[in-house]
Design a protein around this ligand. Structure first.
Ligand SMILES: *Cc1c(COP(=O)(O)O)cnc(C)c1O
Length: 965
């Protein structure tokens, strides 16, 4: 008789952690370890091991989790929000929602460093850049930033670095008071530590002749809804060598003269209302557009056009070498992960609607606002705007009463401090909504509604003053004019998706970036309206579902990191670094230690570490690594001693970026504390810590978590991400706040992001992961991540030198494979990366943290079979290199240097390679079962950097450009 225990649900852990028990045994044999626990003991130093299990709720099945979360989600109230302030209702086209936002073919892709297998999203990003360029009237744009507020701050710091000779000492940046409050707050945060004097005031009164002034920023349309002409102002500013930045609403620019045409030096903003749900704050793609002259200073990534080895047009990330190093100590920006997936969506919204469709949407929005303004005026209610796009301000002496009535009708307005009420309409606003708004005003004021709205609605006149009326064309490129039917759009999206290799094809063993499973059940809630359609500044009583989720997630992440509290505000790992350092800064200052401003950083650190330190006003002191890759303890002692007086922090990645659990880590933390410093742990490698040790246990004071690495938020092709920070109790009071809603510690520093909980809607993913894995599942994930890495190491180490291992010869969750010796036969690490494409694999991390190497991180989600295929590919490539060495293959004309091989090349009539076509494109048996074809040949990076082009240009024009070059 079979007995069944019906309380046992299927374990999600068994889906996430790929190798099954029998596989684990066979892998351990290859590694030469008796058991998984032995392997872990040999890898993780005993003095930092966590005793017992983490205190987390019991793991839930996928089914149970989704049911329970639905209950929580239902506590979020879906009011109509007319709050505006940079966040608006939008209609997400179904074809974009299902085929991009909900499609792992798009969302599981990595940042497009390997351009030959990323042409789809690179094209989509070129569309995004073109959309921004055309609408803002600027010559160049980047491929997204984190949010509008930080984009404004990036402009402020970029121009500080670009001050003209006569302004070298000028350090004042002026911001119009009519700018959104969250942007003002982020600007404050970013200005102070780097010595920029931020002045907030009335832009009509700014003294442009002030020799100390180097830049100004204004909101367009203004925060109060008014639209003003800044042409004369901009010209006067430029005469004084003062840079002008506009934070502009992209939708309004289809109708209004864009800031670019008024002479602005940079235009920044958000593309949220281009078909990306509000999500209680994000994620959305911010944009940054500027002049050609500043292309080498522009923060973030720019997609450019280049040529491939066959002379065909191909896209790539421009100035990529610069990007990879993020300018370290010389940085004015630390942006790394941005918002690619959301940028792709916004670009596609532009493609789907085209110039006419976008104009029609903008006209409808404007007409709705106008109709509302007219109707209110007719009722005898004072409306304060003359020229406006979508936002009006109403004067009322009954704001409290109005608010009560509005909320009883499930409506949110913006309530200004002076008692005025702001109303921003959007693409979703219909006639009925306007009637409800009028009803609210009628009830609150006792004034009766007059006229027939429906009759008036058909003929609202749109006429902006001549100087504010947009006259220039935009989105004239064919891509914005041919995919307007759903079938055409669907196939366009699919065509691009099919050019890109993502986790739906094979393992992406990106060292340091932890490309693990993004489970479907984790992704499902992201597009629930209860999470998507919530304005970030909605009153707290409407967002109880979110608040409950945050509270639990904060508790869980605190438990996992061993810290007292967590801030969910930073939108990326790098932003977490900055937030953490600013919290450390505030802590030192609270103790009167204003002089503590030295950050010690190992030379092996990720480029964002020194960049964040500089942005937080710290001086970077580098500490060497020894020949084993560990921090050189003697050098550290010297540096800590000589900077003892002024030591603010040590930034340390653990396990190290070399893939090793350094044994001296506790001593390192003690040493820093002895000298009065704080320990900032870069948590990018948390996937090797969860459940086995923790930053708190090790002795760190702060740590960021890249939720898009360890905690399952997909990479989205280069974002979104989230970088919450965990802190010790002494730092918790300083966690960042928000100027609009209640958030952060009691002595909160000013805002790091525009939204109080960053990209709130994707926190559901990490929340789901922890809830479904439970303490044991999470700990097993870490163990298996280490097992998988050591398995790869064991299989490759006979043929490739492995740099750096721990005392017992084990690596942590990743390892560095040295490829420098192959230079003797003309093979660079790049050639290996490109040849992997022919085998259907994405290259591991190339040349970080050591040039000429690859860093492999398999994660726990890959099965033994997949690891074997990857190792076979690497070993087969090693054999191909041996063929060059022994003369069977030609130096400089072989399967590696000619990789990747496209279908076009393999099928061409005049095949002229010294090896066969089969060897080129079917280098291993398993490749035949599912061949992934790179769509372009090797891309010429140098060409693209010399001829930087970052908007869509027709192929015919391209040929001409090329001929001229
Ligand atoms: C990924 C990474 C970062 C940067 O994180 P983002 O989320 O991309 O900003 C910092 N340090 C290390 C070691 C990383 O791997």
């Amino acid at each position: 008789m079979t007995k069944i225990d019906i309380t046992q649900a299927p374990k999600f852990e068994d889906r996430h952690n790929s190798p099954q028990a029998s596989e684990i045994d066979s892998m351990l044999k290859v590694i030469g370890a008796d058991s998984l626990d032995t392997l872990i003991s040999e890898t993780v130093p005993a003095n930092i091991r966590m005793q017992g299990e983490m205190n987390l709720p019991a793991a839930k099945s996928e089914f149970q989790f989704l049911n329970d979360l639905k209950q929580t989600a239902s506590k979020n109230k879906l009011f109509k929000s007319y709050i505006g302030m940079g966040y608006y209702g939008t209609v997400v086209p179904g074809v974009i929602q299902r085929n991009i936002l909900e499609n792992p073919g798009w969302y599981t892709a990595y940042t497009p460093y390997q351009a030959e297998i990323a042409q789809g999203r690179l094209e989509a990003l070129i569309n995004f850049q073109t959309l921004v360029i055309d609408l803002t009237g600027m010559p160049i744009a980047n491929a997204s930033l984190l949010d509008e507020s930080t984009a404004a701050a990036e402009a402020m710091t970029m121009f500080a670095g670009l001050r003209k000779k006569d302004k070298k000492k000028a350090n004042k940046f002026f911001v119009d008071q009519n700018t959104f409050p969250q942007t003002l707050d982020v600007l404050k945060t970013r200005a102070i530590p780097v010595g920029i004097e931020l002045e907030i005031g009335d832009i009509n009164k700014v003294d442009l002749t002030d020799p100390n002034l180097y830049g100004v920023l204004y909101q367009y349309p203004g925060g109060d809804g008014n639209v003003k002409d800044f042409t004369a102002f901009t010209a006067s500013a430029k005469e004084q060598n003062v840079f002008v930045v506009a934070a502009a609403d992209l939708m309004s620019l289809t109708l209004l003269t864009p800031p670019g045409e008024m002479g602005a030096d940079a235009v920044v903003g958000t593309t949220q209302r281009f078909g990306v749900p509000m999500g209680f704050g994000g994620p959305h793609a911010a944009y940054f557009a500027t002049l050609e002259a500043y292309k080498r200073q522009i923060p973030g990534r720019i997609i450019g056009v280049s040529v491939d080895s066959h002379g065909n047009k191909a896209y790539r990330m421009a100035l990529q070498t610069r990007e990879q190093h993020i300018r370290r100590e010389k940085a004015t920006s630390n942006i790394c992960t941005a918002q690619v997936l959301l940028g792709v969506m916004a670009g596609m919204y532009g493609v789907y609607h085209g110039p006419k469709g976008l104009t029609a949407i903008a006209q409808k929005i404007h007409a709705s606002a106008k109709l509302l303004a007219n109707a209110l005026t007719e009722m005898g209610i004072e409306q304060l705007n003359d020229v406006f796009f979508d936002t009006i301000q109403v004067k009322t002496d009954a704001a409290d009463e109005l608010r009560r009535i509005a909320e009883s009708k499930e409506v949110n307005f913006r309530y200004f401090d002076n008692g005025n009420v702001g109303i921003s309409v959007d693409e979703t606003t219909n006639l009925n909504d306007l009637e409800v708004i009028l009803d609210i005003f009628s009830e609150a004021t006792g004034k009766s509604k007059s006229g027939n709205l429906a009759a008036l609605a058909t003929e609202v006149a749109i006429d902006f003053p001549e100087t504010l009326k947009r006259t220039s064309d935009f989105l004239t490129h064919p891509v914005f004019n041919q995919y307007h039917s759903e079938h055409e759009m669907l196939r366009y999206i699919k065509r691009l998706e099919n050019k890109d290799l993502s986790l739906v094809h094979s393992m992406i063993s990106l060292g340091s970036c932890t490309m693990k499973l993004n489970a479907t059940a984790e992704m499902v809630p992201v597009t629930w309206p209860e999470f998507g359609n919530i304005h970030p500044f909605a009153p707290a009583d409407q967002t109880q579902g979110y608040q409950q989720m945050f509270k639990e997630l904060v508790t869980w992440l605190s438990e996992i990191t061993g810290f007292a509290d967590v801030s969910l505000q930073p939108n990326s790992g790098a932003q977490g670094e900055y937030a953490g350092l600013m919290v450390i800064r505030a802590y030192h200052q609270s103790r009167g230690d204003h002089h503590r401003d030295v950050a010690i950083i190992p030379t092996s650190a990720h480029g964002t570490n020194p960049a964040s330190a500089v942005m937080a006003g710290m001086k970077v002191v580098l500490v060497k690594c020894d020949e084993k890759g560990n921090i050189d303890l003697n050098d550290l002692k010297d540096k800590a001693e000589s900077h003892s007086e002024n030591l603010a922090a040590l930034m340390v990645t653990y396990p190290s970026t070399h893939g090793v659990f350094e044994e001296g880590i506790k001593d390192i933390c003690d040493l820093i504390h002895q000298h009065g410093g704080q320990v900032y742990m870069d948590g990018a490698n948390m996937n090797a810590q969860v459940g086995l040790t923790s930053p708190g246990l090790i002795g760190a004071d702060v740590c960021h978590l890249n939720l898009h690495k360890t905690f399952c938020i997909p990479h989205g092709g280069g974002g979104p991400g989230m970088g919450p920070i965990g802190v010790g109790a002494h730092l918790a009071p300083f966690l960042p706040g928000s100027p609009v809603v209640k958030a952060g510690g009691e002595q909160a520093i000013t805002a790091i992001s525009g939204a109080a909980w960053g990209s709130a809607s994707i926190l559901t993913i990490s929340y789901a992961y922890i809830a479904m894995m439970g303490a044991e599942g999470l700990t097993n994930a870490t163990k298996i991540a280490i097992l998988n890495a050591n398995y790869i190491k064991a299989k490759l180490e006979q043929e490739f030198p492995i740099l750096y291992t721990g005392t017992n010869g084990r690596c942590a969750h990743e390892m560095i494979v040295d490829c420098r010796e192959f230079k003797s036969v003309g093979i660079e690490v790049e050639d290996i990366a490109k040849r992997l494409m022919d085998y259907g694999f994405h290259a591991p991390t190339v040349s970080f943290p050591v040039a000429g190497t690859v860093m492999i991180e398999p994660t726990e989600s890959e099965s033994q079979a997949e690891l074997d295929r990857f190792c076979d590919a690497m070993l087969s490539i090693r054999a191909e290199i041996a063929e060059i060495a022994n003369g069977e293959a030609e130096v400089g004309n072989n399967v590696l240097t000619n990789a990747p091989h496209t279908a076009g090349l393999a099928l061409s009539e005049n095949w002229d390679k010294p090896y066969g076509r089969e060897k080129a494109v079917y280098p291993a048996p398993y490749v035949r079962q599912s061949k992934f074809w790179p769509t372009v040949g090797r891309i010429d990076s140098a060409y693209g950097d010399r001829n930087l082009m970052c908007s869509c240009i027709p192929v015919s024009d391209y040929a001409e450009e090329e001929a001229m070059a």
